[in-house]
Ligand binder design. Structure first.
Ligand code: SF4
Ligand code: SF4
Length: 343
C-alpha cells in the first residue's frame, strides 16, 4: 500500500472514529444565535456581568480542572506542529495535518474564524476562566504569526490541513495553475471578502455572514442545503486548483496575511535565488515570485526550505561545491553567500 493511500485511509478512519466519540464541541460557531450560546460564547457585557455574579461562588480550581485534559491535548498538538516546523520534517507535518483534521476539526470544532475578528472589533471575548484552550490557540496563532508567519494556516487550521492532505492523494494530472497574471490578481479576492465581511458586520452587527464565506462549519456536520452545495463546489474546485480556498478566498487567511507583514523571522534566501526557479515551482501557495517571497501568502510549509538545504538540487550548494574545488574563488563565494537576503 502506497504512502498516499495510507494517509487517506488513516484520515478517513480517524474521522469516522472521531464522529463516534462524545466530546464537547467548542468555538466554531454554527449560527449567530449558537455563537452566543455555545460553550465559549461571544458574550455581551451584560451577559458577562450576570455570569460573573452567578459563578462567584464556583471554585476556580474546579473550573480549571475540567479543562486540563483539553489543554494538555491542545498543548501536545501545538508542540507537535512546532517540532514538525523546526525539524522541517515532511512526515511529522503529515501527522500534524491528520491530527488537525481529526482533533481540532471533527473532535473539537475549535477553529479560529472571521467571527473572532468581529469579536475583536467589539472587544468581546469568551470568558477567560471557561475558555483556556481558546486563549491558548489564539495566543499561539498571534505569536507564531508575528514570529514566523502563517504557521496557523500551514499546520493548525483543519480546513487547510484537509486540502493539503487531499493534495497528497489526488492525481497531479488533475491539477492546473492559474495563469500568472490572473493568479497575481486573484490573491487579493480574499482581502476583498474580508473587507466586505467587516463592513457588513459593522453596519448590521450580524455575524452569521461567516456561514457563507467560511467552510469551517463542515466539521460540525451541520449546515443548510445551500451551505453543503457551496462546500461541494468548493471541494470540487480544490480538486483542480491546489489550496483554492486558502489562496484566494479565506478572510481569516487574509487577516493572518496582513499580520504576517510584521513577521520577524522570515525565510532567508541565497544569492542564487535571484535567478533560480526551483523553489518558485515547488511552492504550492504561489508565495514565491522571482527572488521574492510574499510573506502574506507564505504559510511556512517548509517545502522551499527543504530545497534550500538539499545540496544536490539547490544551485547555491552546487556553486559552493564548485568553488571549493577552486581555492582562489572559494573565499569570494563564501563571503557573497553569507550575505543572504531576507524577503
Ligand atoms: S487560509 Fe483560511 S482555510 Fe486556509 S489554512 Fe488559513 S485559515 Fe485555514
Ligand atoms: S514553499 Fe516556501 S514560500 Fe512557499 S508557502 Fe512553503 S515555505 Fe512559504
Amino acid at each position: 500500500m502506497g504512502s498516499k493511500t495510507i494517509v487517506l485511509v488513516t484520515t478517513v478512519l480517524l474521522c469516522f472514529l472521531s464522529m463516534s466519540v462524545a466530546y464537547p464541541q467548542v468555538d466554531t460557531p454554527r449560527s449567530a444565535e449558537d455563537s452566543r450560546q455555545s460553550e465559549s460564547p461571544q458574550l455581551s457585557l451584560a451577559d458577562l456581568d450576570a455570569l460573573i455574579e452567578d459563578d462567584s461562588d464556583e471554585d476556580l480550581a474546579e473550573v480549571i480542572r475540567g479543562q486540563i485534559f483539553d489543554l494538555l491535548v491542545l498543548s501536545a498538538f501545538l508542540s507537535l506542529a512546532l517540532v514538525s516546523f523546526f525539524k522541517n520534517s515532511s512526515t511529522l507535518k503529515v501527522v500534524t495535518l491528520v491530527i488537525s483534521v481529526v482533533y481540532l476539526g471533527f473532535l473539537k470544532s475549535g477553529l479560529l474564524s472571521v467571527v473572532n475578528i468581529f469579536g475583536l472589533i467589539e472587544w468581546n471575548f469568551p470568558l477567560f476562566r471557561y475558555s483556556l484552550s481558546w486563549y491558548l490557540l489564539m495566543f499561539f496563532t498571534v505569536a507564531s504569526t508575528v514570529l514566523w508567519g502563517r504557521l496557523y494556516c500551514g499546520r493548525i487550521c483543519s480546513f487547510g490541513a484537509l486540502t493539503q492532505l487531499l493534495d497528497r492523494v489526488l492525481p497531479a494530472r488533475l491539477r492546473f495553475e492559474l495563469p500568472p497574471r490572473l493568479e497575481r490578481g486573484a490573491i487579493y479576492v480574499k482581502y476583498l471578502i474580508l473587507g466586505s465581511a467587516l463592513a457588513y458586520f459593522l453596519v448590521t452587527r450580524d455575524n452569521s455572514i461567516y456561514r457563507y464565506i467560511e467552510p469551517f462549519w463542515m466539521f460540525t456536520l451541520s449546515g443548510s442545503t445551500i451551505m453543503w452545495v457551496m462546500l461541494g463546489l468548493l471541494l470540487l474546485t480544490t480538486v483542480f486548483i491546489k489550496n483554492f480556498y486558502c489562496r484566494y478566498l479565506c478572510p481569516l487567511g487574509a487577516a493572518l496575511g496582513l499580520v504576517s507583514n510584521l513577521t520577524i523571522l522570515r525565510i532567508k534566501r541565497w544569492r542564487e535565488c535571484n535567478t533560480c526557479k526551483i523553489c518558485e515551482k515547488a511552492c504550492e501557495w504561489g508565495a514565491i515570485q522571482g527572488p521574492k517571497i510574499l510573506v502574506s501568502e507564505c504559510v511556512r510549509c517548509d517545502d522551499c526550505e527543504r530545497l534550500y538545504r538539499d545540496e544536490r538540487k539547490c544551485p547555491h550548494w552546487l556553486v559552493m561545491k564548485k568553488a571549493s574545488a577552486r581555492p582562489e574563488v572559494s573565499k569570494l563565494v563564501q563571503i557573497e553567500s553569507q550575505s543572504t537576503q531576507e524577503v
